[in-house]
Ligand binder design. Structure first.
Ligand code: FAD
Length: 516
């Protein structure tokens, strides 16, 4: 289909245009839209597509104000759309104002750069010059004056005003304003370093710097490791009362549970709990696999590999390991081309009553508890389990650095109940799993793909408001993981992330009980 043949998939943060949706996306939309018209065979387009994808991930939070779209003009069925929009060369990028009129061909947008930062700044320039009507979700981007500052809380009902003091040429203030546009209880404005009177009054001398101003008149510097966009955005999203719009405010101390629910167990958010890993195993083996009454072919291979990496690398309690070992030897000795779940279930239940061999009775979530029963839990446990396995393999693995990830890929493809998750994961795996050639790169691959999923799901219905999706670990969990390039763009220190993962998910750091 057009979607598969093109340079973008449903997993990218890019709207895939087709003759059916093109007019509703580009015309009369409440958001401005940047649309790439490309041909899948054209070399420049192929070279540009990773840049466009990173741009889309980078400005994901800006979607209500400005969104990205793309259409493959090499696709027969899209020809007419590309002709109608007067596209003759690829790639052509056009900027469509919010509420563009029928027949609008969009404005030219220079795509000569392969630098996400340059493209992002051009988008801001376009937004700043946006004609009326302004996209309603787009906050004001112009600098704040002394007058606006003095009467800010008379007209704005927010708990925090974040002021970013910067030079005229700096884009940080506008970037952070857009990064926070989906968040309530905080407004962001830029103040230019030329506002001498205001700066004197407030005693601000460093640029860029960010200060918080509250309705009570408090004026305090925002503490960050590095004065840069990402650090400001991380910190502002964590301010008390700041929540994604349209979500109930997170309850910090006492998370609601209804009376039929198990009681909430307090836990340390920066630790890994054995109870979650075991619960993921229980759910996967007793519930998810049970959906397959007969397991054969690819699914049987997936099951074999899954159990085999668990036996090798799961740092479990001896009783659980004994159970996994008996499942493993049963599977190894099983020569028929299929197994029934019922037969597997007897091993899982240890009906032969081998001593000291058992899976826990039921699920008992701790670090993966959700504020509501349909949130977190199993998928949270599954991610955690595989992070632990990649880290254990790094410590003890001997041969194949892809072993754990390919077991995960096969498990997810054959069994993971969330089918759209499985499709997205398969796309990521098929794109880049081959590049994994060391145990360290396997742990880092899973970390970075998990972050990609976090980026895609931020703000989604499946996000627990008490556990917002962030690019993990945050600067307060691992300050050294975050750095900036010379141009101020955020950069992960892969070396520091790796040591953080190796320690965070190591068997020695896993807590055996929630009270610890
Ligand atoms: P999770 O994302 O489940 O993370 C669990 C814990 O891992 C976090 O609390 C944190 O401590 C830690 N963590 C977070 N990020 C990282 C990281 N980058 N590296 C290491 N550790 C990290 N849901 C969908 O709606 N659509 C999907 O397409 C989708 N695909 C999925 C694919 C897979 C393979 C899996 C296992 C799950 C998928 N999910 C998907 C579910 C989704 O990713 C979350 O698991 C779920 O929303 C619960 O989120 P959570 O807040 O508990 O955190």
């Amino acid at each position: 289909s057009a979607v598969e043949a093109g340079l973008y998939t449903a997993s990218d943060q890019v709207i895939l245009l087709s003759p059916e949706n093109v007019d509703s996306v580009l015309i009369n939309s409440s958001a401005a839209v940047l649309a790439e018209f490309y041909a899948s065979w054209c070399g420049h387009c192929i070279a540009f597509s990773p840049v466009y994808k990173s741009l889309a991930r980078d400005i994901k939070e800006w979607k209500p104000a400005v969104d990205l779209a793309a259409i493959d003009c090499a696709e027969e069925e899209n020809r007419k759309v590309c002709t109608d929009y007067s596209v003759r060369a690829y790639p052509t990028i056009k900027f469509f104002h919010a509420y563009s009129k029928d027949g609008s061909l969009g404005q030219a947008f220079k795509a000569s750069s392969h630098d996400v930062r340059v493209l992002r700044h051009r988008i801001i320039n376009k937004l700043e010059n946006h004609a009326e009507p302004w996209p309603p979700a787009c906050p004001p981007l112009e600098p704040t004056s002394q007058a606006e500052f003095d009467s800010f809380f008379d007209t704005n009902n927010v708990q925090h005003l974040a002021l970013i003091f910067e030079d005229t040429k700096s884009y940080i203030g506008r970037e952070v304003t857009l990064d926070l546009l989906q968040f309530e209880n905080v407004a962001v404005r830029r103040v230019l370093s030329s506002e001498a009177a205001l700066l004197n009054k407030l005693g601000v001398t460093e640029f860029p710097s960010c200060y918080l101003y509250s309705p009570g008149g408090n004026f305090t510097r925002l503490k960050v490791n590095i004065e840069a966009r990402t650090f400001y955005s991380y910190a502002l999203k964590r301010l008390p009362g700041v929540v994604r719009s349209g979500k109930p405010p997170p309850v910090v101390v006492d998370v609601r549970t209804n009376s039929t629910e198990k009681p909430w167990r307090p836990f340390n958010r920066s630790r890994v709990y054995m109870a979650d890993l075991e619960s993921a195993l229980v759910y996967s083996l007793r519930v998810e696999l049970a959906a397959h009454s007969v397991i054969r072919g690819e699914a049987l291979t997936a099951l074999n590999k899954y159990i085999s990496v668990l036996v090798k690398y799961f740092p479990g309690r001896p009783v659980v390991m004994n159970l996994l070992k008996s499942v493993n030897s049963w599977l190894q000795n099983h020569t028929a081309s299929e197994i029934s779940y019922e037969a597997l279930r007897e091993i899982l239940d240890n009906t032969a009553q081998v001593p000291d061999t058992a899976l826990p009775e039921g699920e008992r979530w701790v670090g993966c508890q959700g504020s509501q029963p349909h949130l977190r839990r199993y998928p949270c446990g599954m991610w955690t389990l595989f992070h632990v396995l990649t880290v254990q393999a790094k410590n003890t693995g001997r041969s194949d650095p892809q072993e754990v990830l390919s077991a995960m890929r096969n498990y997810v493809r054959s069994f993971f109940g969330c089918r759209s998750c499985a499709e997205h994961f398969e796309i990521m795996a098929s794109e880049s799993l081959v590049e994994v050639n060391t145990f360290s790169s396997a742990a880092l691959w899973l970390w970075s793909r998990h972050n990609r999923v976090n980026n895609r799901l931020a703000g989604d219905l499946s996000e627990d408001p008490n556990f917002p999706k962030i690019q993990w670990p945050s600067p307060d969990m691992c300050p050294g993981c975050h750095t900036v390039k010379d141009n101020g763009e955020h950069k992960w220190s892969n070396e520091r992330v790796l040591s953080f993962l190796l320690s965070h998910f190591s068997s020695g750091s896993i807590l055996s009980d929630h009270l610890q």
